[in-house]
Design a protein around this ligand. Structure first.
Ligand code: DC
Length: 229
């Protein structure tokens, strides 16, 4: 049987983690899990149930509701990746809106939320052959991962990428707002008490501010092939 390894990709928001992860998963026929989508789906549940807004956050109520939140990735053959379902409803598009992005870091700070999602992520990776991206994959979810990558890029480059993505989708956003959101999420994600965004000691850092996708992909494939041989 061919060896199947576990690949952890962590890093700041909009560093292209998911683009790289999808390419790797398709090439090696691995499962790809976007853990940010899971935190975003819990945030959507909280928004829909009036547990969070820009002005309030009913933390205890959200903690008590966690058992009612079911998250599922379903593979979409036309798109070539799995879409996020929240309580059996496809929320793949809604979870990427700026209104969710603005609140998700607050939800991701809650230890009970993290505990639930980390347990589900560990279960998904139990047989290896997985590439998972997020903030705590190499440090908390799979500390024994065979390959750990840590992606960075300047806040300005990341905000520009995110801005283009949202504009291409038809969302009405302004660049300053996106840049502020990127910087604010960096701050909350890196300074939270439970599982802050940290580079694992054994992670390989990629600053892709000026590196194209193809170059990154080729370098990463070499790292993977070394571990498979
Ligand atoms: O990767 P993303 O931007 O879609 O993630 C959304 C938010 O979820 C991000 O601001 C931090 C949080 N997150 C986390 O705390 N831990 C993860 N493993 C993945 C995401």
């Amino acid at each position: 049987m061919t060896k199947k390894i576990t690949i952890a990709i962590d890093g700041f928001s909009s560093t292209g983690k998911s683009t790289i992860a999808k390419l790797i998963a398709n090439k090696y026929n691995y499962i790809y899990v976007d853990t940010g989508a899971m935190y975003r789906a819990v945030t959507m549940y909280a928004i829909d149930n009036k547990l969070i807004s820009n002005d309030f956050f009913k933390i205890e109520e959200l903690k008590n509701s966690l058992s009612k939140i079911s998250l599922l990735f379903k593979y979409n053959i036309d798109l070539g990746f799995a879409e996020m379902y929240l309580n059996n409803v496809n929320v793949e598009k809604e979870i990427r809106t700026l209104s969710v992005s603005k609140l998700v870091s607050k939800v991701a700070e809650i230890s009970e939320v993290r505990k639930k999602l980390v347990a589900e992520q560990q279960q998904m990776g139990i047989d290896g052959g997985i590439v998972m991206d997020g903030r705590d994959i190499g440090t908390v979810v799979f500390p024994e991962a065979d390959l750990k990558l840590f992606m960075t890029a300047s806040a300005d480059k990341r905000a520009t990428r995110r801005y283009k993505e949202l504009i291409d989708r038809g969302d009405k956003v302004n660049y300053e707002e996106i840049l502020f959101n990127v910087q604010e999420r960096d701050r909350i994600d890196s300074t939270r008490e439970d599982s802050p965004l940290l580079k694992a000691d054994d992670a390989i850092e990629f600053d892709n501010s000026d590196m194209g996708i193809q170059e990154q992909f080729e370098r990463i494939c070499t790292l993977i092939d070394n571990r498979l041989s």
